[in-house]
Design a protein around this ligand. Structure first.
Ligand code: DQA
Length: 147
């Protein structure tokens, strides 16, 4: 099985960016933890980060026929990118949306995700742990039940 992990804008600055909100863990550390999680579960894990909407859409298209599942933190695109939403619904690959912060406890504009309705589900509020939880949620889907 293959899981593609995709991160949107500003997430390259994790660890430096607003640590009070997003924690002090870098994206690289999160990716290393997911590689280990993948090894433990015999799943290959591939990473991509971009600050550009079109680049994320291209990557989602590339996932067709290659990825069994997508773990996606769309960053601020979560709240308004119909194009990323349409890309996810176009490729028919199970996708789990993750956020470090609890977006529902923050500014009103973060309460809406235009992408979550086309995902299997959304996990938010557990800091870097959201990725690990999201990874296991995706594994459960790929394994057809609780793993
Ligand atoms: C975020 C939440 C978004 O609202 C914000 O724009 C981000 C990060 C998170 O992981 O908590 O860039 O996706």
């Amino acid at each position: 099985k293959s899981i593609w992990v995709m991160n949107g804008p500003n997430l390259n600055l994790l660890g430096i960016r607003e640590p009070g909100v997003y924690g002090s863990t870098s994206l690289q550390s999160i990716e290393e933890a997911l590689v280990e999680e993948g090894e433990r579960n015999s799943v290959s894990v591939t990473f991509f980060q971009s600050n550009h909407e079109g680049a994320l859409i291209d990557r989602i298209h590339e996932a067709m026929g290659q990825a069994d599942g997508i773990l996606l933190n769309p960053g601020a695109f979560t709240h308004y990118s119909y194009a990323i939403r349409d890309a996810i619904s176009s490729v028919s690959i199970p996708t789990v949306e993750v956020h470090l912060s609890n977006v529902h406890a923050r500014e009103a504009f973060r309460h809406t995700s235009v992408i979550a309705p086309v995902c299997a589900g959304q996990i938010c509020g557990f800091g870097a742990g959201s990725y690990k939880l999201g990874f296991h949620a995706l594994l459960d889907i790929l394994n057809g039940g609780i793993s």
